[in-house]
Design a protein around this ligand. Structure first.
Ligand SMILES: [Zn+2]
Length: 240
């Protein structure tokens, strides 16, 4: 964040990042949204389940936009904690019984990374890992995007096409992720998971899974904050 942004944060009255209510970072109602019971869904695209803590709606969308584009660092922890809860639920869903966990955050374009000072999905995944200290979680920032993967306003088919066109793998970072596994020094990888802010049709996660499968990494589930309704089927509501 630039100097102006930091001053702005000090001078402007705080508003709820989800609904705009004054004098609070997140109001009780929006915090409850993030504290929802994790659910798994089977998205239209891809073959892995996706776990999130709430239904995708305008409030969760505003929270994520606030965090990634408007300097709302104050809500990083609540978002990351919600992501950590999704992560624990996803591990439960896939029958995790201990061992190393590798998270692969969804890509942001180079332009978005430089504008935001990094990838917001990587930032949230890293903080979620810190908030789950009992788990052996690694975050591998190897999924990249050629340009904006902004899916807003696109239909389901166009989203899948857009996702397929924009993603690629960072081969150098990937060598480190795979090298860790083959060296045997850090224990066996027990779970590979994808991470994103939202999943509606599953197109972005499906393309990430396809790319990683090409290098013998097969994510067992996706971990997100908000789940879309359209074209999806809830497969396993459960509590954690
Ligand atoms: Zn609110």
């Amino acid at each position: 964040m630039g100097l102006l942004g930091e001053f702005g944060e000090l001078l402007l009255p705080r508003r709820c990042a989800g609904c705009g209510r004054e004098n609070v970072s997140l109001c009780t109602s929006c915090l409850q949204l993030l504290g929802g019971i994790p659910r798994a869904m089977e998205p239209r695209y891809g073959s892995i389940p996706v776990v999130g803590v709430c239904e995708y709606n305008s409030r969760i969308s505003r929270m994520v936009v606030g965090f990634k584009d408007e300097g709302r660092r104050d809500i990083r922890d609540p978002l990351a904690l919600a992501l950590a809860r999704s992560l624990v639920a996803a591990l439960d869903l896939i029958g995790y019984a201990g061992g190393r966990i590798r998270l692969f955050p969804s890509p942001s374009s180079d332009r978005a990374r430089s504008r935001r000072g990094g990838s917001h999905t990587v930032s949230l995944a890293r903080r979620a890992a810190e908030l789950a200290p009992d788990l052996s979680v690694e975050v591998h920032d190897v999924l990249l995007a050629r340009r904006s993967r902004d899916q807003v306003g696109l239909g389901a088919h166009d989203r899948a096409e857009n996702a397929a066109r924009t993603q690629y793998l960072d081969r150098t970072g990937l060598a480190a992720a795979v090298g860790d596994e083959t060296s045997g020094s850090c224990g066996k990888v027990a779970a590979d998971l994808l991470v994103d802010d939202f999943s509606t049709t599953g197109a972005t996660l499906a393309e990430s899974a396809r790319l990683l499968a090409s290098v013998q990494i097969r994510p067992a589930a996706g971990v997100v904050l908000g789940l879309g309704r359209g074209g999806t089927r809830f497969v396993s509501p459960f509590t954690v």
